[in-house]
Design a protein around this ligand. Structure first.
Ligand code: TYD
Length: 144
């Protein structure tokens, strides 16, 4: 369950690329490459230099984070271990499982952070207070 997920459960997935002289295409279709069905897509752009986004964890949501253009770093934290993942290829996605605190930093100018998500937007699914996240990961309590 989400208390047990670790940063090592969050791989970078090679999404492949259809190459063409006039540009490349990367396709995420069905459940072949990622372990969830995409219900929602959103993207972050025009992020000012030095800004940080996404300091939170989710209870149920799976996400695939893609640097559709430019680059940024994703800080992953499972309450025990931390990992910094640099994303800079549109043909790669970082799988973030439920129960992982994540922040996105070091956005390059003009970057676009594309997120494929397993659930519709639901504020109740967020854990936005880091202390609560830590308590949840470390305790046996069924709920935050
Ligand atoms: P949030 O997920 O908190 O973004 P970040 O952690 O990157 O700062 O979302 C910011 C705001 O956008 C918040 O008020 C909720 C709203 N929002 C939606 O309405 N739908 C969505 O799918 C997302 C991702 C955010």
């Amino acid at each position: 369950m989400i208390r047990k997920t670790t940063v090592d459960d969050c791989p970078i997935i090679d999404l492949g690329q259809i190459q063409n002289r006039a540009g490349n295409i990367t396709v995420v279709e069905g459940n072949d490459l990622i372990p969830f069905k995409v219900k929602r897509v959103y993207y972050l752009y025009d992020v000012p230099g030095g800004a940080e986004r996404g300091g939170h964890a989710h209870r149920k949501l799976y996400q695939l984070i893609v640097a559709a253009s430019g680059s940024f770093d994703v800080k992953l934290d499972d309450g025990n271990l931390k990992k910094l993942v640099c994303l800079n290829r549109p043909s790669e996605g970082l799988l973030v499982k439920p129960g992982i605190w994540r922040e996105i930093v070091n956005f390059s100018s003009g970057s676009n952070c594309l997120v494929l998500a397993s659930e519709l937007y639901d504020e109740k699914d967020y854990i936005r207070i880091y202390r609560k996240f830590l308590n949840y990961k470390k305790s046996n309590a069924p709920k935050v």
